[in-house]
Ligand binder design. Structure first.
Ligand SMILES: [Zn+2]
Ligand SMILES: [Zn+2]
Length: 216
């Protein structure tokens, strides 16, 4: 179906743009389908993209659609990978299918349920939705920042989104890695955690970078 390939092209354009490319040739290279150039011509007619000097750019309409698709795809990856603990490759494949079925309101529910994750499991940014800013939680998020866990409760680390890339290693040496079970002992003046009978303290900034699922 032409629309499926169109959506695939829009998503590719979005990720190429994140890497700083808008070359027509990179799009052709990125998708192995003989119909790509035909579909791109149709997308120009339907007002999704504009092509000039071997560069391909979004129109406003195309950009909105690409943003939406990318958001759904990356949220679906998070859902399968983190919550259902499906392998990375399979999560990716399932996300490609499911992104076409998620309505905007379901997408926002999934986003809220996951605690408005900033990135997909590959580390690519998830475009924000309206739910992310208003943060009214009708849903108690399944995945939340460590700082939101109640003192005394346990959580399993789902993922860590460090603001400094060197931090992951440092946290790992303390046993703070995805899959670890932690118990929160106090929040003030710093966060005190217990992992495998070891007690350690981290500051608030780090507690915001650790995403956990409540563990009973
Ligand atoms: Zn991803
Ligand atoms: Zn959100």
């Amino acid at each position: 179906m032409g629309n499926k390939l169109r959506d695939e092209i829009l998503e590719l354009l979005w990720s190429l743009r994140e890497k700083g490319s808008n070359n027509y040739a990179d799009v052709i290279k990125g998708i192995s389908d003989n119909d790509v150039s035909d579909v791109i011509r149709k997308m120009e007619k339907s007002g999704h993209v504009a092509i000039a000097d071997n560069k391909i750019n979004f129109t406003e309409k195309g950009e909105a659609r690409a943003r939406d698709l990318t958001r759904r795809h990356r949220l679906a990856e998070r859902l399968f990978h983190d919550v259902l603990e499906v392998g990375m490759e399979e999560s990716e494949e399932t996300a490609c299918e499911i992104e076409h079925f998620l309505s905007p309101s379901v997408t926002d529910s999934v986003c809220s349920f996951l605690g408005h994750p900033p990135t997909c499991p590959h580390g690519n940014p998830i475009p924000r939705g309206s739910c992310c800013s208003k943060f009214s939680s009708d849903f108690k998020p399944l995945v939340m920042q460590l700082k939101e866990l109640e003192v005394g409760l346990k959580g399993r680390i789902v993922f860590i989104k460090p603001s400094e890339s060197t931090r992951l290693e440092r946290l790992a040496t303390m046993g703070i890695v995805p899959g670890s079970i932690i118990r929160l002992k106090q929040k003030r003046p710093s966060f005190v955690l217990e992992i495998d009978e070891t007690t350690l303290a981290v500051d608030t900034l780090i507690a915001e970078e650790i995403y956990i699922k409540e563990h009973r």
